[in-house]
Design a protein around this ligand. Structure first.
Ligand code: SAM
Length: 398
């Protein structure tokens, strides 16, 4: 891992461009943006920084080898010749994962086994021992990505996925992954200082990400990373990255508010904010209230509403006899009480704007895991109450 090493930073699909923007703000020069992530040419210090400070990245993968292949045997030989003993101790546990696009190989499971065998065979011939496999909590994760002709091997420097910030013990109903929540805030155009309201907050993912951003708390400041277990770990360099001054910080009232019809959600959100490092005096300024989303009122100057309503059969809307009437009423509340606000709604319901009877100014495709969603943006201008029949939609963004 030297200056100019090659890295791949995966992220939830739909966030690639904003991830590249965020990495630029972290001072890291980005390479090609592809579906599912961003390539980087970066130093070790920069890779530590992305692990610690990126809100949108899912992992930081260090590219250790890349070669053409035609069979599982070619991949076995590529993995066998890598100097695994230079990177980690044979006493550490490993896990191998393989993903592929248009690979001619028939079984990715078999390929995964062959890579695992190659790592074990290499270390056994070098040390006389072989590492154990632990698929649940491995010390070292190895990834292979196959396209139609090339195999790329990566060592994962993150360990647990980066959306696991280390503060969440209160999950609530269908919580968003933290990096998706942070990505939605960025796509919506929210910036620290602008009033933010989440009227269906659940466990508070949006508000926690926003509060940490306002306070300059690095998202990874409460967790450990895979790179700490590698032989290449440079503790001095890591210490230097950790004391770097925050990139964004805002003193005083962060103008954040969250509500939910469920009292448990308010308790969870408060507990999650505290665990995420929000000090008690700032926590007191964050407005948390149990209220039905149809009855909310603005408590600040116009700002941004960001919301992820329940969708699907597993979780339902509370207090409404049917979805259609709930969203019509919620839409009315937005139109009548929130003129001058911008509202971004993340939903897997591709007909949501009809139910709200509001015309979105933008619809951005986004994936919540495997679920295809849209991030709808509504500009609640004075008089939008009259625009009940939506005009033709603008084209969906790529
Ligand atoms: C998909 S969850 C939100 C998850 C949240 N974004 C998170 O990351 O934890 C939807 C939330 O809407 C809330 N909800 C359901 N009906 C509601 C209503 N009528 N008014 C306000 N909140 C409601 C549920 O209690 C639930 O917490």
């Amino acid at each position: 891992m030297t200056a100019g090493a090659h890295w791949f930073v995966p992220c939830p699909r739909g966030l690639e461009a904003v991830l590249a923007e965020e990495l630029g703000e972290l001072g890291v020069a980005t390479g090609k943006i592809v579906q599912g992530g961003v390539h980087l040419g970066a130093s070790l210090a920069e890779a530590y920084r992305v692990n610690l400070r990126s809100r949108l990245a899912s992992r930081v993968l260090w590219q250790i080898a890349r070669a053409p292949y035609r069979s599982e045997d070619d991949i076995y030989k590529l993995a066998l010749r890598q100097p695994w003993g230079d990177w980690f101790d044979v006493d550490l546990t490993i896990r191998v994962d393989v993903s592929a696009t248009r690979s001619p190989l028939r079984s990715l499971e078999f390929t995964t086994l062959r890579i695992k065998d190659a790592v074990c065979d290499h270390l056994r011939s070098a040390t006389g021992r072989r590492p154990s496999v632990d698929t649940r909590a491995p010390d070292v994760r190895i990834y292979a990505y196959l396209d139609e002709s090339q195999c790329t091997l990566y060592l994962d420097t993150s360990g647990d996925a980066l959306f696991k910030r280390g503060w969440r013990t209160e999950a609530g109903e269908a919580p968003l992954r933290e990096n998706l929540a942070a990505g939605v805030l960025r796509l919506a155009g929210w910036r620290p200082g602008e009033p933010l309201l989440d009227p269906m907050c659940g466990s508070g993912s949006f508000i926690v990400e926003a509060a940490q951003t306002c306070l300059g708390i690095a998202p990874g400041s409460q967790r450990r990373f895979g790179f700490e277990k590698l032989k290449t770990f440079d503790s001095d360099l890591w210490a230097t990255e950790q004391v770097r001054p925050p990139f964004e910080s805002l003193a005083g009232d962060p103008h954040l508010a969250a509500s939910d019809v469920a009292g448990d959600s308010i308790v969870q959100t408060r507990a999650n904010l505290a665990r995420a490092g929000v000090p008690a005096d700032v926590l007191e300024l964050i407005l948390l209230k149990q209220v039905d989303a149809r009855h909310i009122r603005p408590t600040t100057a116009p700002g941004m509403i960001v919301v992820n309503p329940p969708y699907g059969q597993r979780i339902g809307l509370r207090g409404a006899s049917d979805e259609g009437s709930f969203f019509a009423e919620f839409g009315n509340t937005l139109k009548q009480r929130f003129a001058g606000w911008r509202c971004s709604i993340l939903s897997a319901d591709l007909a949501l704007q009809k139910k709200l009877r509001l015309a979105p100014s933008r619809r951005t495709p986004l994936y919540n895991g495997a679920i295809e969603c849209r991030l709808y943006r509504f500009d609640l201008v004075e008089g939008s109450a009259r625009r009940s029949a939506p005009a033709a939609l603008p084209p969906i963004e790529p």
